[in-house]
Design a protein around this ligand. Structure first.
Ligand code: CA
Length: 221
C-alpha cells in the first residue's frame, strides 16, 4: 500500500510520515501543492492525505485536478478548517473523508484503514437526463458526449434542474437554492441565466430542455 501525504508543516509531515511508515505503508511526502502534483503524476497511490492550505495553492484545486484526470484514488483531507462549509466543499470536490486538526494519530490510522478497505470508489454520481450528463464533483457538463462550458451560475442552475427533473421550480426557489451565496436576488436575473443556459444547450430551440411553466417558473423537460 502506497500513500502520499501533502502537508506544508514540516514537523507534522515528518511525524506523519514516520508514524504511517511504521504501520507498514510506503509513504511519499510533499510539502507543497507543486510537489504533490509531481508525485501524483508519477505514482499510483492507494490513498492521499491532503492538507487544504498550502503555501502555493489550495488542496481543493489539487483535488479538483486529480478528479478531472479521472483518478479515483481515495483522498482524506487533513485541515485546521473546521467549518461545515469547508467540509461540504471538500467532500463536493471529491474527497472521501475529512479529519480536522488537531487529530489523534490512532483516529487517523483508523480512517486510513477504513478508506484502504473500501478502495477506490466510483466517483459520485454523474447526474444524467436524456443526453445531458453533469458531474457535480468535477463540474463537467456533457451534451451528447461534448463538453458544454457553463458559467458558475448556469452550472448551479442546471444542477438544480437535474436534481429535480420534470418538476416545476419557481423563480424564488431557484434564487434560494441555486444562488444561495449571491447577493443578487432579482428574479429577472434567473430569467437571464435560464435564457443563456438554453442557448448553450440548444441554440435553435429554447424550450428543448427547459420549459417555461407560465406563472410558476421553469422545469427540466
Ligand atoms: Ca497547511
Amino acid at each position: 500500500m502506497r500513500l502520499l501525504i501533502v502537508e506544508d508543516e514540516p514537523a507534522l509531515l515528518k511525524s506523519l510520515k514516520k508514524g504511517i511508515s511504521e504501520e507498514g505503508y510506503a509513504v511519499d511526502a510533499a510539502l507543497t501543492a507543486e510537489e504533490g502534483r509531481f508525485f501524483l503524476k508519477g505514482g499510483a497511490y492507494d490513498l492521499v492525505l491532503l492538507d487544504l492550505m498550502l503555501p502555493d495553492g489550495s488542496g481543493y484545486d489539487l483535488l479538483h485536478e486529480t478528479r478531472r484526470k479521472k483518478s479515483q484514488v481515495p483522498v482524506l483531507i487533513l485541515t485546521a478548517r473546521a467549518s461545515e462549509g469547508d467540509k461540504v466543499k471538500g467532500l463536493d470536490a471529491g474527497a472521501d473523508d475529512y479529519l480536522t486538526k488537531p487529530f489523534s494519530f490512532a483516529e487517523l490510522l483508523a480512517r486510513i484503514r477504513a478508506l484502504l478497505r473500501r478502495g477506490p470508489s466510483p466517483r459520485p454520481v454523474v447526474l444524467s437526463h436524456r443526453d445531458l450528463r453533469l458531474n457535480p464533483a468535477t463540474r463537467e457538463v456533457c451534451l451528447r458526449g461534448r463538453d458544454v462550458a457553463l458559467t458558475k451560475k448556469e452550472f448551479a442552475l442546471l444542477l438544480l434542474f437535474m436534481r429535480r427533473p420534470g418538476e416545476a421550480i419557481s423563480r424564488t426557489d431557484i434564487t434560494e437554492k441555486a444562488y444561495d451565496f449571491e447577493s443578487d436576488r432579482d428574479s429577472n436575473v434567473v430569467d437571464v441565466h435560464v435564457k443563456n443556459l438554453r442557448k448553450k444547450l440548444a441554440p435553435n430551440d429554447p424550450e428543448a430542455y427547459i420549459r417555461t411553466m407560465r406563472g410558476i417558473g421553469y422545469a427540466l423537460k
